[in-house]
Design a protein around this ligand. Structure first.
Ligand SMILES: [Zn+2]
Length: 292
């Protein structure tokens, strides 16, 4: 089953809703970065929120999420766009702790709670929107909720979950974002609040293998949800050997000459996807010519 997300409206257009299944996407991140379970959960939750936030954008707009909580995992970085493409990494992928008191992966302990969640939206024409909030939980779902309410002034609820197999691969991942449109009536607000209190934790819903559609119907009520759009989701990186070659060229010919003399070759690796690109001596000579 490949990953996808859905966009929907509910309660006569008063609620905007997103849900995603990201099992393969988070799995790709886990394989590329060799993340251990707690780090997989942290990165996977951030990527799942990120891909849904990307789906709120239009056209070629992009966004970057940076979470720095002061915990052992270091920083979490996630890039996403309006096409369902997401990529991400953490500073220390081999981070893992015993399960917490609720029997869940202890994401808070890995992420930390002394820091910030920052969202930078590239909305084209060199325009950027930056929003930053202090981390209030470190579990990330609540932190994204707080971000929407505080930084974007949109009453929201974010649920993201990642389940990991004993062999560190990803069993299931997904999540939802609900947002109240301006002018939502009190009755609807109360209904949604009550439903959110009654539903099982997001990790349980994901464990049950619900599709994104079923997830929203479970949360909002089967007859209430009107689906608007379905979009594939994937771990996709924009790096390439050419892009890194341009970065090497920009170092200048003296620097490239040093590489040739000292190592006789060069290797570049992409932070976001951990892909490695190798440049032979001959290739470096070519790049040096271009740098002149
Ligand atoms: Zn890459």
């Amino acid at each position: 089953m490949s990953d996808y997300l859905v966009k929907a409206l509910a309660y006569n257009g008063q609620v905007r809703a997103y849900a995603a299944r990201t099992t393969g996407t988070v799995g790709e991140g886990q394989r590329r970065h060799y993340t251990w379970p707690t780090a997989s959960a942290a990165l996977g939750r951030a990527m799942t929120a990120g891909v849904m936030m990307g789906a709120m954008l239009k056209g070629d707009n992009k966004l970057t999420i940076k979470i720095e909580g002061g915990g052992p995992i270091g920083a979490i970085l996630v890039d996403s766009n309006a096409k369902g493409e997401v990529r991400g990494y953490v500073t220390n992928p081999q981070t893992h702790f015993d399960l917490n008191e609720q029997g869940k992966l202890d994401v808070r302990r890995a992420v930390g709670t002394e820091g910030t969640l920052t969202v930078v939206k590239d909305i084209g024409m060199r325009d950027h929107f930056t929003g930053q909030v202090p981390l209030i939980s470190g579990e990330l779902g609540e932190d994204f909720t707080y971000y929407f309410v505080t930084s974007e002034q949109v009453p929201s609820s974010v649920g993201v979950g990642v389940l990991v197999n004993p062999d560190n691969t990803i069993l299931a991942a997904g999540g939802f974002i609900l947002q109240l449109m301006p002018g939502t009536d009190e009755e609807t607000i109360t209904i949604i609040e009550n439903r959110l209190k009654e539903i099982p934790p997001i990790s349980k819903l994901i464990e049950q293998g619900l599709t994104p559609e079923e997830l929203l119907e479970t949360i909002l009520g089967k007859d209430q949800v009107k689906f608007l759009e379905k979009m594939p989701v994937s771990f996709t990186c924009t790096c390439s050997k050419d892009r890194f070659a341009n970065a090497i060229i920009s170092l200048g010919k003296n620097e490239i000459q040093e590489m040739i003399e000292e190592d006789g070759q060069a290797e570049a690796s992409c932070h976001f996807c951990n892909e490695k690109y190798h440049y032979s001596k001959e290739e470096l000579e070519e790049l040096k010519k271009e740098a002149e």
